[in-house]
Every structure is written in C-alpha cells, then in structure tokens.
Design a protein around this ligand. Structure first.
Ligand code: SAM
Length: 225
C-alpha cells in the first residue's frame, strides 16, 4: 500500500469514526467501512490478508497447547484461521456482520466459529471461558473514554490461568492522542494487573511501512487466586 493511499484511507477512517462518535455510537463506523468496501480489500486499512506477524512471531516462541481460543474483533479472519491451523478450537467474533460474512466466504470450509458480537455487550456464557484470547488492534480502535470498559470486557473472557495476547500501539504519555487509532498507555495497561493479570512478556513490533510507530505484542497470564 503506497503512502498516498494509506493517507486517504486513514482520513476516511477518522471521518467515519468522528461522525459515529458525534452520533453517540462509537462502534457504528466499522460496519459502514466494511460495507462501503464492498469486497475490495484495498479499502480496509488494517487488512493484511495474512496472520498478524506479531502473532506468528509469538507462536514460534511458544509451545501452543491451548484448546479453546477466542479472537476478538477478528476482522477478515486470518488470525483465527492461523490458530485453527495449529489445532485450537477457535471462536472469532466481530461487531460487523459484513466482516463476519466476508470471513465465512473467504474460509468457507473453516473450523472456526465466526460470530457477530459486540465486545461491550457479550453473552455471560463466554465469561472466563477461553484459555487463549487474542486481540489485535481492537482496543486501540475504540475511543479512550470507553477504554476502561473495553479492557474489562477483554479481561473477562480469559479463563483462570489462561493467556491473553494483545497487539497494540503504545503511547508514552497520558495525553489523549488524535485517533483512531488511540494508542494505549501504561496507565491503561495497568488495569490488566488490577484485574488479576500478570505480564509475561512484551515484544516490540516494528511495521516496516510505519517504523516510527511504537507497537508491541504483550502476553498476560490470568492469575489463579
Ligand atoms: C482495527 S480493526 C483490526 C482487525 C483485526 N483484529 C486485525 O488486526 O486485522 C478492529 C476490528 O475490531 C472490530 N470491532 C470494533 N469494535 C468492536 C466491538 N465492540 N466488538 C467486536 N468487534 C469490534 C472492527 O469491526 C474491526 O474488524
């Protein structure tokens, strides 16, 4: 993707997100973006059409023996498919019905259970139900004024003793950046500790197309009390 195209996509994302926020529904723009793309991958700014390299790197370092995996905000499904390919039973959800139907079309013989669901209003039967939870770039896609709620909802899905892996942009101050994306601060991440998670590892991730942007994959373990 060339720089000009990326700039145009991000301008469109910012416009859609700010309209959604003004309407009091900060997640409404995702479905609009997927619908407007009408199957054209080049219109989805985050679409890699391959698993996130930070997930692939983490998997190389890890003895992955988890049984029940969940992918939050799965987008076009590549991360979920990767986890299914190594033997996990995978549920993957996204708030956008169009994204989920796109996953089902792309991976029509998949074992992944693709579901339309909103992280902020999840069914209680998913509470603490997954021994591996993966989220890539969804926390940062949601505004900072609901971050507390978002982090709570993410944490709530991990079974006691289970693992949570997040891939996110990081920011060094508590100043509110112009988003989306809204990079995550250390203070915000400390909420995971308060919710009973221990940071196991943190690996910087450098995107060759955006080398100055600070990003990392962070692995947490839910501590069994
Ligand atoms: C920046 S994209 C990242 C997609 C994918 N995780 C990736 O890394 O390619 C954020 C995704 O989260 C989804 N999303 C946003 N808010 C959500 C919510 N409240 N519940 C579930 N999915 C959500 C969006 O539809 C979008 O697919």
């Amino acid at each position: 993707m060339n720089e000009e195209h990326r700039k145009n996509l991000m301008q469109n994302v910012k416009k859609l997100a700010s309209e959604a926020q003004e309407d009091g529904d900060p997640t409404a723009w995702f479905e609009k973006l997927y619908l407007d793309a009408n199957g054209d991958i080049s219109k989805i700014p985050w679409a890699k059409m391959t698993p996130h390299p930070a997930l692939e790197d983490w998997l190389i370092q890890t003895n992955f023996t988890y049984k029940n995996a969940l992918v939050i905000g799965c987008g076009l499904g590549d991360d979920a498919e990767k986890l299914a390919s190594i033997g996990a039973s995978v549920t993957a959800f996204d708030i956008s019905p169009r994204a989920i139907s796109w996953c089902n079309t792309r991976f029509s013989h998949s074992s992944v259970n693709y579901v339309v669901a909103d992280l902020l209003t999840l069914e209680s039967r998913w509470k603490q139900s997954f021994d591996f939870v993966f989220e890539s770039r969804t926390i940062q896609a949601l505004p900072i004024d609901i971050r507390n709620k978002v982090i709570n909802a993410v944490a709530n899905l991990v079974s006691p003793g289970g693992t949570l892996l997040i891939v996110t942009r990081l920011r060094d101050t508590e100043d509110i950046p112009e988003g989306p994306p809204w990079a995550v601060s250390e203070l915000e991440l400390s909420q995971f500790h308060q919710l009973g998670f221990q940071e196991v590892s943190r690996t910087p991730y450098i995107d060759a197309n955006q080398p100055t942007i600070k990003q990392a994959s962070i692995e947490y373990q839910s501590v069994v009390l």
